[in-house]
Each structure stands twice: as structure tokens, then as C-alpha cells.
Write a new protein. Structure first.
Lengths: 318, 253
């Protein structure tokens, strides 16, 4: 799984802006002590779009031992909510998306979409991968059309929707280009258009912007926020970048390092549109980051596992 | 231009050496024909339509046999690649079977199908479908996993997943295997045709032998090489170019 090869985020440790105290602003609950389980705010059975209950995933390693990757994950996502899942490399956050997408079965527990259990992949949940997963043998237009074609949507309707969604991501001119002719940011926009074109209720985004340069990522944040508010989709967005999570999400869910557990949840109540450089975003991110540090240190120790243990001390500034 | 010059130089040297050896008359002309003797044989063969008919018959057989090989090989290769049991058991068998020259199937083919076209097709298929199978198996494994995941995620399953996703995704990885399969099919065909009165190129070659006409034998050999070369250049080079245009220069190697 791609979580094992993630790069360590470059934003750590965050500089503290002296103009703002660190203990306020836009965020509530979820402070240390560890594993305070904040109830999902305002999610009732009626408004719950995606419900994960007691999800466990374990698999056998090559040496034959069973490894627990996800440990009793409970999460309720409201219809139309933008939830960001953060955690250190190897906490199983990408795997969680694969489970929701139905690409992989969980060991135990249940995933409910609108109260119905997930059984295999379905076009009501579309995934956007970090490496975009676009088909290089098809044109941009054919890529966007693909899901509709599989669904049996008539050709005329397909063409119309393809054009609509390409316009939505500002790529109308590139309908007949091939994927290798596009830049990284354009490819991710095609992936977003392709996902939206099947008209899914839930978008599952697996670090979609991690491989992009900062400017492109900023632009795509704005576009994603716009598309989200235009289309009202439910989004579950996985990232290792806490500031990205705070900038985009209605709620940030923090997972622990191996096995992945929900450590805490942070409703983000900052006004939109937000920006990655907003001090309020940075401040909210700091609070989450403080809790994430412990997990990151564990993942670093596991990664370096040769006696040299790089540590990020809480409170130490760069 | 420089390359063309080198070509001309090389082939005229080869031609000169051949002429020289033939003119020295170390061996009698019926054993070692001159270049123009071969040229005359080629001309005569096309003139009386023998070669045209032979080429048509042989091409027909190889196309049918190869097409069956590709379909069989792709299905089997995909099966072996996606099933652990098949991979462990049949995988090894396939590799070892590939060391068997396809003409070894000829006696069995004669018994099973009789002395006819089907026996030849059988040998052609046995010669080439293993290459396609192994290439497909390998291609399926080399192919990035994400294509299959994205395809399933977008609602493709079963045959549609294979046809619209897995097959096109694995093409760049199996082109060389398809090419090898074609070469094996072509060789197996000629071999089988040489063993049986069949109208094909192989038989025309053997006819040259029976008439002690080495010019005709070499003429047919040149034909066989030329057809192999043209198919490779037109069909497979074209396919590679097509893939490169779509995938970008880096993906298709």
C-alpha cells in the first residue's frame, strides 16, 4: 500500500506566529489526553452517509505472523460532509479508503452506505488515487466517460456529461489529449472529473495532491472546495498533511500509528473559503499536530529501526 | 543518409562475396547457385503464380493459427497470473513446454486430425500460444495494480474489466511476447508445411529440393525471411508506435 512510501511532510515543526496565542481559535475538543473519543458531531442515523463500525483489518506478513492494520475503527460521516483523515505513514489510512471503496474486504466490522452494507466496489463511491490511476490508453474525454460507459449510460448523455465535467475542472480544451501530455495538476483534475462523472455520493480521495507542487496544490484546493460546495458530495480525504486537512475539512480525524485507531477528532469551524496560509488554519493545525507528533515519532522509529531514532520534541521550534 | 550508405555498403559486400564464391566454382552450381540464378528462380516462381499461391496459402494458415494462439494465450496467461494455484502448478509446466520444438507435436497432430490443414494449424498453435501465454502472465504482473483498482472502482467487472482495462493496460508489456509468438508461429508453419504436400511456402521449398534446384530453395528462403520482416515492420512496429503515442515515450519500452 502506498502509505509505506509516503514522504515525511515538510511542514514540521510549524513556526509559531507570535501574534496569536496557540490555545484558541476555530477548533474545539480533541486536545490531549490521548484517545479521547469525541462523538461524531451531529451525525444521526438519518443524516449518516458513511458509517464505519468496529472495522478491523489484519493480514499475514511474509514471516507468517498476523499484523493488525486497523483496530476497531468507528466513524460516521454526514451526507455532504468533508472529512479529512490524517495520520502518520503506515497507519492504514489509505487502506481504510480501499475498504470503503470495496476494493478490499475488512477482516471484521461493517461499512454502511446509507444504512446498506458495502459489498464490493460500487459507483456510488469513487476513489481518487495519489497516482491518479487514469488510463493512459484513453484520451482525457474517454477517461472521464469510462465510469458512465460501464454503467451503461447512453452515448449522447455520456458525451454531454463528459463535456460538462471537463468544463467544471477547466479542461474542456484537452478532451482529446492523452494523459501523458498533461501536467500533474491537470491529471488530478481529470481524475476528479472522471470521479464526478459517475455521479457518486461519496468521493474517496487518497492523498490526491501529495505529489504536486505547492502552487498547483493551492489551486486544486480552491477548485475542490468550489466543486464540493457546488455538487454537495460527501468527501473523505486522506492526507498526511495536517494543514491541508484543516484547510479543507469540516472535521479532521486523527489515526494512531500501527494499528490504526481513531485517536481523536477535531471539528474545524473556520469560515470558508479558507487558505492554507491563514494563521487560523495554521493555529488549528498546530493543535492537531501536537497530538500527531507522538504517532509520527513512532512511525519514524519503525522506519529507521537501526538504533538512530530521530525525534520531534513537542514544543521545540525550528 | 549515412545509415542508407552503410546499408548499401554492407549488402553490396555480401552480394559481392556470394558472387565471388559462386564464380570461383568451388562447388558445382546446382549446389551453390549464383545470385542471378536465385533471381531468375524468384522471377519464374512469381511468373507462373506458384509463389503467389504459396504465399496466400501460408499467410492464411499463419493468420488463423496465430489468432487462435493469441486468444488462447491471453486467456490462459491471465488465468495463470491471477490464480495462485494455477501459477504454482501450470506456470512451471508452461515454461518447460516452451523448450519443446513445436514440430514434435506433428506425429500426434497427424493421428488426431489426419493429414490435413488442421494438423498444420495445431502445430502452429502449439508453437506460438505458449509465448503469448507467458507474455500475458508476465504483463499482467508487471502492469501497475492501480489500473485494475481504478477500473473496478469505476464499475468494470468480469469480461468488461478484462476487455476495457486489463487488456489495454497490459499491452505495452506484452508486445514483445506477441512478437515472439508471431515468429514462432511463422517458423512452426514453414516446418510443418515442409513435411506435408500442402501448397504452402514450405512445400514449394521442398519441391526445390526434390528437383535438386538450389536456386529455387534459396529463393523461397528469401521469401520466408522477407515476409517475416515485413510483418514485423508493419504490424508490430506500428503497434509499438501507436502505444508510444498514447502512453508517452517512457511507458512503452
Amino acid at each position: 500500500m502506498s502509505t509505506n512510501v509516503q514522504k515525511f511532510p515538510g511542514e514540521f515543526p510549524l513556526p509559531v506566529d507570535p501574534r496569536f496565542p496557540t490555545d484558541s481559535g476555530g477548533i474545539r475538543a480533541g486536545t490531549s489526553p490521548i484517545s479521547v473519543r469525541v462523538p461524531d458531531h451531529a451525525v444521526t442515523p438519518e443524516t449518516c452517509k458513511v458509517g464505519l463500525s468496529e472495522i478491523c483489518l489484519s493480514y499475514r506478513t511474509r514471516s507468517g505472523e498476523r499484523l493488525l492494520a486497523l483496530d476497531h475503527i468507528n466513524l460516521q460521516v454526514r451526507a455532504g460532509e468533508f472529512v479529512c483523515v490524517v495520520g502518520p505513514s503506515g497507519c492504514g489510512k489509505s487502506t481504510l479508503l480501499h475498504l470503503i471503496a470495496g476494493l478490499q474486504p475488512q477482516t471484521s466490522g461493517q461499512i454502511l452506505i446509507d444504512g446498506k452494507p458495502v459489498q464490493g466496489p460500487g459507483t456510488d463511491r469513487i476513489m481518487i488515487f495519489q497516482e491518479h490511476g487514469l488510463f493512459p490508453w484513453l484520451t482525457v474525454g474517454q477517461n472521464v466517460e469510462f465510469g458512465m460507459k460501464m454503467k451503461g449510460v447512453p452515448r449522447a448523455e455520456r458525451e454531454e456529461k463528459t463535456r460538462y465535467y471537463l468544463r467544471l475542472v477547466h479542461l474542456a480544451k484537452f478532451e482529446n489529449s492523452y494523459i501523458h501530455q498533461l501536467s500533474g495538476g491537470m491529471r488530478q483534475r481529470v481524475a476528479i472529473a472522471r470521479a464526478l462523472a459517475t455521479e457518486p455520493d461519496v468521493l474517496l480521495m487518497d492523498e490526491p495532491f501529495a505529489a504536486l507542487d505547492a502552487q498547483t496544490r493551492d489551486l486544486l484546493h480552491d477548485e475542490l472546495e468550489r466543486i464540493w460546495s457546488d455538487t454537495g458530495r460527501t468527501i473523505i480525504f486522506v492526507t498526511h498533511n495536517v494543514r491541508e486537512a484543516v484547510r479543507l475539512g469540516d472535521r479532521v480525524v486523527l489515526l494512531t500509528f500501527r494499528p490504526g485507531r481513531v485517536k481523536s477528532q477535531f471539528p474545524v469551524e473556520l469560515p470558508r473559503p479558507r487558505h492554507l496560509e491563514d494563521p487560523t488554519v495554521a493555529r488549528a493545525a498546530r493543535e492537531i499536530l501536537d497530538e500527531l507528533r507522538e504517532e509520527i515519532n513512532q512511525s519514524l522509529e519503525a522506519e529507521y529501526n537501526d538504533g538512530v531514532k530521530p525525534r520531534i520534541e513537542p514544543g521545540v521550534q525550528a | 543518409m549515412k545509415r542508407a550508405g552503410r546499408y548499401i555498403l554492407f549488402y553490396s559486400a555480401l552480394f559481392g562475396l556470394w558472387t565471388l564464391l559462386a564464380e570461383l566454382k568451388i562447388w558445382p552450381p546446382y549446389l551453390f547457385p549464383t545470385p542471378w540464378g536465385v533471381g531468375e528462380a524468384l522471377y519464374a516462381g512469381f511468373q507462373d503464380h506458384t509463389y503467389w499461391i504459396a504465399i496466400r496459402v501460408s499467410m492464411q494458415r499463419v493468420v488463423i493459427g496465430y489468432a487462435i494462439s493469441v486468444v488462447l494465450g491471453m486467456i490462459l496467461g491471465l488465468g495463470v497470473a491471477s490464480n495462485k494455484f494455477l501459477e504454482e502448478t501450470m506456470g512451471g509446466l508452461l515454461v518447460s513446454l516452451q523448450s519443446l520444438p513445436s514440430i514434435c507435436w506433428w506425429p500426434l497432430a497427424l493421428l488426431w486430425f489426419g493429414l490435413n490443414q488442421n494438423a498444420i494449424l495445431f502445430v502452429v498453435i502449439m508453437g506460438s500460444f505458449l509465448s503469448v501465454t507467458l507474455a500475458m502472465e508476465d504483463g499482467r504482473k508487471q502492469m501497475p495494480k492501480i489500473f485494475g483498482q481504478a477500473g473496478r472502482n469505476l464499475g468494470a467487472k468480469g469480461f468488461r474489466l478484462f476487455w476495457y482495462v486489463l487488456l489495454p493496460a497490459s499491452l505495452p508489456f506484452i508486445v514483445s511476447g506477441l512478437k515472439q509468438g508471431w515468429a514462432f508461429a511463422w517458423r512452426s508453419l514453414i516446418t510443418a508445411e515442409m513435411l506435408y504436400l500442402s501448397l504452402g511456402l514450405g512445400q514449394v521449398l521442398m519441391m526445390g529440393r526434390d528437383l535438386n534446384d538450389m536456386s529455387a530453395v534459396i529463393a523461397v528462403m528469401i521469401l520466408i525471411i522477407a515476409i517475416g520482416y515485413v510483418v514485423d515492420g508493419v504490424v508490430f512496429k506500428g503497434m509499438e508506435r501507436h502505444l508510444q503515442n498514447k502512453w508517452g515515450l517512457t511507458a512503452a519500452t
